[in-house]
Write a protein that binds this ligand. Structure first.
Ligand code: 13P
Length: 251
C-alpha cells in the first residue's frame, strides 16, 4: 500500500518564487516515488493556487478554513475558495490552530464545511502532555469523537487523521514520539472510531503520524508505529531532507 506524505509548510516560504521552486521539487519526488508514496503539499493559502497549478504530479491541501461560510469573515478563507484554488485536502485541528483558540466544536464545523465542498480533511489530534494515569487518552478521544460527529459515514473512508502529540511538534518539541507510543495511540484511535462507527469503518480511515518527523525516524513509524504515512513540518521545507526522507521510506 502507498504511504501518504503530507507536507505542512506552515508559514513558509515567504516568496511565491520559492513556493514554486519547492513545488517543482515535490513534483519530481512524487514522480520518482509514484508507486510507493502519495504526496500532498499544504502551502499557505497565498501560494495555494500557484502550487496547485505547478504540477498535477501531487495533490494540494489548505491549512485553514472558515467554520462558518454564511457570513463575511474578514481574513478567513472559505471551503469554496480552497476548492476553487485547487485544494483537495485541508489540515484542520492542528495544535497550533487549537492554541489560537480553535476548539473541538470549531474543528467539527470546519470539517462540515470541507465535506460540503468535497475536500478531504486531514484532521489533527494529539495530547498536550502525557501522564502516568492515561488521562491523555481522554483528550484524544474527545478530539476524535468530535471529528466523527461532523462527518457523514460515507466521508469516513476518505478521512485522514494525523496523530500529532503536541510535545513532539516543532522547534520546542521535547522529543519525537517513539514508534511504540505512536502504535499504542493509533490502535486507541481506531478503537474510538470502531466504538462509534464500527470496526470496518474504523479500518478504512487513514491514520498518519506527525511531530519532528525526519529522514532518520520516518520509516519506523510505518514499520513499527502502525502509521500509514506522515505529516511533516520542518523537514518538508528542505528539499534535500525531503528527498532523503522519501528515499528512506522505500528502502
Ligand atoms: P515538525 O515536523 O516541524 O515538528 O512539525 C510537525 C507538524 O506540526 C506537522 O503538522
Amino acid at each position: 500500500m502507498k504511504s501518504l506524505l503530507a507536507l505542512n509548510w506552515k508559514m513558509a516560504p515567504e516568496k511565491p518564487t520559492d513556493a514554486i521552486r519547492l513545488a517543482k521539487s515535490v513534483a519530481a519526488l512524487s514522480k520518482k516515488y509514484k508507486k510507493n508514496i502519495s504526496f500532498i503539499a499544504c502551502p499557505p493559502f497565498v501560494h495555494l493556487a500557484a502550487v496547485a497549478k505547478a504540477s498535477k504530479a501531487f495533490r494540494v491541501g489548505g491549512q485553514l478554513v472558515a467554520a462558518d461560510s454564511t457570513e463575511a469573515q474578514t481574513g478567513l478563507i472559505s471551503a469554496g475558495m480552497l476548492k476553487a484554488s485547487g485544494a483537495q485536502y485541508c489540515i484542520v485541528g492542528h495544535s497550533e490552530a487549537r492554541a489560537r483558540g480553535e476548539n473541538n466544536e470549531v474543528v467539527a464545523q470546519q470539517i462540515a464545511r470541507l465535506v460540503e465542498k468535497k475536500i478531504i480533511p486531514i484532521a489533527c489530534v494529539g495530547e498536550r502532555a502525557r501522564d502516568t494515569q492515561g488521562w491523555y487518552l481522554s483528550e484524544v478521544k474527545d478530539q476524535v469523537e468530535s471529528i466523527l460527529s461532523a462527518l457523514p459515514r460515507a466521508a469516513l473512508r476518505q478521512l485522514v487523521i494525523a496523530y500529532e502529540p503536541v510535545w513532539a511538534i516543532g522547534v520546542r518539541a521535547e522529543r519525537v514520539a517513539t514508534p511504540a507510543e505512536c502504535r499504542e495511540m493509533i490502535i486507541y484511535i481506531r478503537k474510538v472510531i470502531a466504538d462509534t462507527c464500527g470496526a470496518k469503518a474504523s479500518e478504512s480511515v487513514t491514520i498518519v503520524y506527525g511531530g519532528s518527523v525526519d529522514e532518520k525516524n520516518a520509516r519506523t513509524f510505518l514499520t513499527e508505529g502502525a502509521a500509514q504515512g506522515h505529516l511533516v513540518g520542518r523537514a518538508s521545507l528542505d528539499v534535500k531532507r525531503l528527498g532523503a526522507l522519501a528515499a528512506s521510506l522505500i528502502t
